[in-house]
Design a protein around this ligand. Structure first.
Ligand code: F3S
Ligand code: F3S
Length: 106
């Protein structure tokens, strides 16, 4: 199992979650961040610090955001498992469903 970042992160990218992750498995895309499903150790440290409540345990992802479990996995299709986000930096690999979302206005 893994934790998943869902739609509330889109165009917000607060990044408070990154500071909490002991294994540096939260990676930055163009419009949101993604948790590596194999590198995540399910510690739960990231979940409470997100100011927009974008992070959920895989079993608890709200119904309307269920597709984000796959979106988090799909982000790593070409990237594979780098074993740490800091050295990778921002990657332009947002899945199509994220790229296609309307820009979020303030
Ligand atoms: Fe996004 Fe929340 Fe992290 S907005 S970058 S999931 S703290
Ligand atoms: Fe990292 Fe733990 Fe979240 S391993 S992605 S802080 S659940």
């Amino acid at each position: 199992m893994t934790y998943v970042i869902a739609e509330p992160c889109v165009d917000v990218l607060d990044k408070a979650c990154i500071e909490e992750c002991p294994v540096d498995c939260i990676y930055e895309g163009d419009r949101m961040l993604y948790i590596h499903p194999d590198e995540c150790v399910d510690c739960g440290a990231c979940e409470p610090v997100c100011p927009v409540e974008a992070i959920y345990y895989e079993d608890d992802v709200p119904e309307q955001w269920k597709d984000y479990t796959k979106a988090n996995a799909d982000f790593f299709e070409e990237l594979g498992s780098p074993g740490g986000a800091a050295k990778v930096g921002k990657v332009s690999a947002d899945p199509k469903m994220v790229r296609d979302l309307e820009p979020r206005g303030e």
